[in-house]
Write a protein that binds this ligand. Sequence first.
Ligand SMILES: [Zn+2]
Length: 244
Amino acid sequence: MAQTTTLAAPDWSNVKRALVIMAHPDDPDFTCAGTAIAMARQGIEVTYMILTNGDKGNHNPEITRNQLIAMRKIEQRNAAELCGVKQVLFMGVEDGFLRPTRAIRKRVTREIRRIRPELIICPHPDRYLVGDGYINHPDHRNAGLVALEAIFPAADNPMFYPDMADEGYLPHKISQLYVFGHDEPNVELDITADIDLKIQAILCHVTQIPNPEEAPARWKERWATRHEDGGPRYYERFRAMSFT
Ligand SMILES: [Zn+2]
């Protein structure tokens, strides 16, 4: 029998800093911009970490690879600014080839020890298929793996990367993890009041949205949850874990 999970409202009472670890520029905006907006509004310092350089997200032969990388950084920074997200880190791995290597684990661990977030948001590493018509991008799965393997067992264990202590980056244990794309979410945030701002953030990714006039209406239709009373509502849902 399938396990039933109850959706609860998030508890951020002990969260001062949050780190969103995703594969591509635009992933934070599609997956958790509403959550980032709500956190920033409460005074939580939100950082986006984008693991790849996004250099494959292009169908325009007139734009070079390096131009695209630069454009997508600007787009992601613009979107972050709209959402109140203070910092965006670009880790620069080649788009389409993200793997949970030793090298990227060390770099992500260093950032976790530097930023010291109480809460991290990352994708679900086990999500191979999305619905009936979409194969999940392998970078999304691997971003989940990279994040989880940095969080545990590396970030909070002084035996991993003892040299980082010399840089002042001491072991750090997060207290909450939000996994996006899990089959059994247990936390949901009602982002209805911010759905238009989230869409504005997505539209900052000009190179990725070929039809900005029509897309928002389609997204709002697809993402709506309809209750018996009242209009459509919008949610972001996660599998939340907490650590003590
Ligand atoms: Zn993506």
